[in-house]
Every structure is written in C-alpha cells, then in structure tokens.
Design a protein around this ligand. Sequence first.
Ligand code: ATP
Ligand code: MN
Length: 471
Amino acid sequence: MNKRIIDILKLEAPAEIEVSGWIRSFRGNRFIALNDGSCMSSLQIVIDSNSFSKNILDELNNGASINVKGALVDSLGSGQKVELQGEEIKILGVSNQEDLQKTILQPKKHSLEKLREQGHLRMRTNLFGAVFRIRHHMAFAIHKYFNDKGYFYIHTPVITGTDAEGAGETFRVTTLPIGKENIDLKKDFFGKPTHLTVSGQLEAELAALALGKVYTFGPTFRAENSNTTRHLAEFWMIEPETAFADINQNINLGEDFLKYLINYGLEHCQEDLHFLSDRGVKEESQLPKDKRNELSLMERMQMVISNDFERITYTKAVEILLKSKPHKKKQFKYPVSWGVDLQSEHEKFLVEKHFKKPVVIVDYPKEIKAFYMRENSDGKTVAAMDILFPGIGEIVGGSQREERHDVLEKKCEEFNIPKEAIWWYLETRKFGTVPHAGFGLGFERLMMFVTGMTNIRDVIPFPRTPNNAEF
Ligand code: ATP
Ligand code: MN
C-alpha cells in the first residue's frame, strides 16, 4: 500500500515502503526527488542505476509519475532524517520533456500571471501546493470553530429570486433562449427572474431565528466589473448569524473567529507558512524600501493574534482621516467627509499607518449601508461593523439586524425595496422577533492574509474574473 510522504518522513528507519508521486528532479543517475502533494517536502530516493533497465532510467524525468518500493534508511546527507533506497520502480505516466519546456513545470522562476494561465498545472508547484493545502486547513478550521461553539451549518440557495440583498451586481440565471427580444420572464424556468446568490444572509437569518446559532459557508457570485486584486466574480463566503446577540457580541465573535483561524494556520501549516513567509521576504527585498512590509508573513499573523483589534466609530474614523495626510504632502485621492463611503486608501491608512493593527469600524451612516441593518437611536447611523486588516482592507462586513417590524418596513420604503419580494423576511419580525446579528467573511480575503499572496486570483484554484473563466 502506498504511504504518503508526509507520513513517511515521520517514520523511524528501517522500514519497507511503497510510495507514489511525481518526480521533481533526477540528479547524477542516482537521486530522485519525489513529491506527492501531501506536503511541501519531497522524499529523497536513492537508486543504483545498474539495477534498472535503460527503458526505466530514460523515463525518470521531471514531471513523470512513478511508484517506488524499497527500504527506508537513515539518511546521512539530504537534510532529511530518512531516505528511500529505491528497489523497484514502476513508471506510471511519462513526462514529455520537449513539451515540458513550454510549461510552468520546468524548474525555473515563472511569473504569477504565467502560473495562472496554466491553472491546470499550477497546483504542482511548491507555491500553489502550499496555498491550497493551507486553503483546506482553513476551511476545516472554520467548520471546527463553529461546530465547537454550537453553531449549525446551514445550506442557503445558490439560485435565488430575491432582488433585495443589494450587495452587488448579479449574474442572471435563465433557460430562455439567448438573443430573443421581448422575452416573457413568466415563461422562464422559475416563472420569474432569478440570479446567482450574492449572499446567504437573509436566508441565514431565517435559520438563526429558528435554530439560534447558524453559519453558512458557500459560493457567492458578484458581477464585479472592477478588475481589482481583491474582488472575484465567484468567491466563498462564511456568514454566521446569531440570535439573541447584539453588535458588540457580533464583533467579539468576529475577532475571536479570525484569531482562531490564524492561530490554527500557525499550528497546522508550519512548513507551508515558512515557505510562504520566506518567499514574501525575498520578493519584497526587490521593492523600494518604503513599499516593503516591516513584518514577515508569520510575524504579521502573530501580530494579529496578540493585539486587541482597535474599535472605533465611523464618525471617529472620519475625524482621524480629516486630520491626517497619507503622504508627506499629498491628500487622499477621494476626499473624506461625514457621510461618504470609506475607500480602500482610507481603510489602508487607518490600519497600516495610524493604528498599525486590525481596526473595527462601527456605526456607519445609514444611507451607505444595507436596509436590514439596525438603526441606532441617533436616527442617523446603523449598527454596522467592518473589520479591516493590514494589506487586505475589508475582510469582514456585518451588522446587528433590524428586528423591529415597523422600522424594517419603513426602511424598505426608503430603500425602494418591494415588500412583496421579501414578505417572508419581514414576516419573521412578526412572530417572536429577537435581536440578532451576523457578518460575512470573504474566504479568499482571509486566504490572502494567511498566505501573503497579494492578488486574490492566487488563493482560489480556478479564479473567475471579468473575461476569464478558463478551466
Ligand atoms: P468591498 O467593499 O471590499 O467590495 P463589500 O462591502 O462589497 O466589500 P460585503 O457585501 O460586506 O462586502 O461582503 C462580505 C465580505 O465578502 C467582505 O467583507 C469581503 O471579505 C468579501 N467580499 C466581498 N466582495 C468580494 C469579492 N468580489 N471577491 C471576494 N471577496 C469579496
Ligand atoms: Mn463590494
């Protein structure tokens, strides 16, 4: 039976081993570096070339897949405790060396853009192996966190007919023929217009008002037309919703959750994080001094865990921004005044220059936030909260929800939201309504923070962005 390299490297020699993987290199007709994706490390396999036919030796090329049986022995060189003496080798799949030259499997430095173009192969690189192993551990940690806290995982629909989320541009879902004028939407599959979900929140609220504590973790779709390094058209979002909780308990949950995940990463992804941390430092050494991070990836993670997040009101944030100059002489590109939505340059300034730690902004003007957020007693602001992270900007957006039926109805009118469309949402406020709150964490934004990757396209296996839906 095959053993995975991550387990083999923990074994004591001697042991009889069978292992399968892909060749990373074959040196001096003697040393094979074999990687099976289970961890960053490759296993060193030593062979005696006299014991193998020319047919086999000829196929021991970079990229080929092989199965090896042999004895695990203590290693003297190689930097690893053990190495495998290859006694039997089966070639599983050969690697065409001429074609390989054109691919990113060729061992040299490739740009991240080029790696993206070869998305079918990029998971075989050290870099993306690390990123996607960490992605798994983070997803697992998210379920573990909520399960341990008594939250129930709830599946909200991917196709929705609600037009009320107001979270962004939607992708329409239809079976009607393309290109026909005057189509009758009543004849469409669902008998009404539908689209891919932009958030599972409204449905999660229904669940929270029955099960108490719930969370969603699913795909989310927004036809974001801006080609930024922080937006995808298809991304994954985690949305906990807690009944009998207010905005402060919601922020406490958000802070505790993020710290838990980062800590989990530091504990369970050490080898991959060391690789990414060193890589980040190396990449940055090429940048001008003022563009470099003062801290390495793992130091940034440690910094977030060991500091309380700064909590300030939107009004206070605006005051700080009005008094500050982001650069020696220059002002912000987007001028600040009470009532405007904060731009990423403002968020960056607060987190990276002013407080130098994660910042939670609460109590936003009601006009710039969604209709379902709970109105504060000042009549001007709502109990909204955004958590801002260094290098990322907004990582979490959430709020206490408006639980008062009359206020919510009034808000629907102010926001031009047809009550017929969300009658079911309004109705939950008529039968045992309770204070409740929740937030959305963008999974890929979290992934950016825990891998140090600066483009969101590099933390999801197959990114969807404007003009790009390959693979
Ligand atoms: P932003 O201002 O960054 O566009 P938003 O205000 O549209 O974010 P929300 O609607 O509050 O975001 O969504 C909750 C979370 O989902 C955000 O805090 C962010 O982490 C993530 N998110 C939002 N849009 C995207 C996107 N297009 N791609 C990846 N993650 C996203
Ligand atoms: Mn947005």
